[in-house]
Design a protein around this ligand. Structure first.
Ligand code: FE2
Length: 201
């Protein structure tokens, strides 16, 4: 596992958080460049955080900034799996590292009326998508494949698993509170650099 690559990503995203100081546009633009690099170089995600579940898509927390300015999550989609229609309430970046995904956006609903869907978009390998209340925050994401896994890496502007957000019923335009949590209870140890230091002895 190329832990150095993910450590570099975390460090760069931390620097970006400092520099951008909450400027979402800047985070979306500069963060997409950082994310594109780690999804194009698929040698760093430990297998444990790339494991599918037979029934449910998995969301593994890989890192959370100590100040909860951002979190990094691997989404693992089994064949045909998809999210409910949901929002985020914070900025988010999504990059496809294996397979492909289908993203279906919706407008903010007026309760009592069906939700307006945008044309479905296919996010191919290495494709990047952005969400936020300012640029469009409500969508459904699905594995584009019925016969294989897809994996995407997501970065959000909060400790996303602990954010109170919403799932929507598209027919009625109503929503329910939702807190996603995470599928894992331990995080990858990317900080053990002892081997490289020993090699210099
Ligand atoms: Fe989402």
């Amino acid at each position: 596992m190329n832990n150095a690559r993910f450590r570099h990503f975390i460090a760069e995203f931390t620097r970006l958080s400092e520099r951008a100081d909450g400027d979402e546009k800047r985070i979306h633009t500069d963060g997409a460049i950082l994310l594109a690099d780690i999804v194009r170089n698929d040698d760093w995600l430990p297998d444990e955080f790339a494991k599918p579940h037979p029934q449910y898509y998995q969301q593994y927390l890989l890192y959370c900034d100590p100040l909860e300015r951002f979190s990094v999550v691997s989404f693992v989609w089994g064949p045909g799996q998809k999210t409910p229609v949901h929002d985020h309430t914070v900025w988010g970046l999504l990059g496809v590292m294996r397979g492909a995904e289908l993203c279906q956006r919706y407008d903010v609903p007026t309760a009592g009326t069906p939700m307006r869907a945008h044309p479905q978009e296919r996010l191919t390998l290495y494709g990047i998508d952005r969400v936020s209340p300012a640029v469009g925050d409500i969508h459904e994401v699905a594995n584009a494949y019925a016969d294989r896994l897809s994996i995407s890496i997501h970065v959000y502007g909060a400790n996303i698993g602990a954010v109170k957000r919403h799932v929507f019923d598209t027919a009625s335009g109503t929503c329910k509170d939702f807190v996603s949590g995470y599928s894992n209870t331990t995080l990858p140890n990317v900080w053990d650099r002892s081997a490289e230091v020993r090699a210099t002895l």
